[in-house]
Design a protein around this ligand. Structure first.
Ligand SMILES: [Zn+2]
Length: 127
């Protein structure tokens, strides 16, 4: 009896979780499938969706020059914290434009929108 209840509970939780996951994936895809790249010293060290629904995703980028903690959340992607002297990357906020990447000059870090292959102009979305 008890075992059955526990199993039903687990199943219910799993089902909700899977639905939420599917919803997240669908939402992300509907957003135009925009993705970002984190480039450290000319090398792409991370690429993924430009937004994260729910829990933020943290990407630490550690090089011999220093550390940048990149945060991807529902708003977009930004540098959460860094140990560079100027902190310009932190104060520049969220990545907004494909023409204006978030840059940390002292650490040679660039956060930019990735070009999705086979996709046309970024402004092709119409209501
Ligand atoms: Zn910086």
């Amino acid at each position: 009896m008890r075992n059955k209840t526990v199993r039903a509970c687990i199943f219910a939780v799993l089902a909700v979780f899977l639905l939420a996951l599917a919803g997240t994936v669908l939402t992300l895809r509907r957003d135009g499938g925009e993705s970002i790249e984190i480039v450290s010293d000319g090398t792409v060290v991370y690429s993924g969706p430009a937004k994260a629904e729910g829990e933020p995703v943290y990407v630490p980028v550690q090089t011999e020059r220093g550390m940048n903690l990149v945060r991807i959340d529902a708003e977009g992607v930004c540098v959460e914290s860094a140990d560079c002297p100027g902190q310009e990357c932190v104060s520049s906020g969220y990545l907004k434009s494909a023409y204006l990447p978030v840059v940390c000059l002292p650490h040679r870090l660039v956060i930019r929108f990735a070009k999705t292959p086979g996709e046309g102009a970024p402004d092709a979305v119409s209501e």
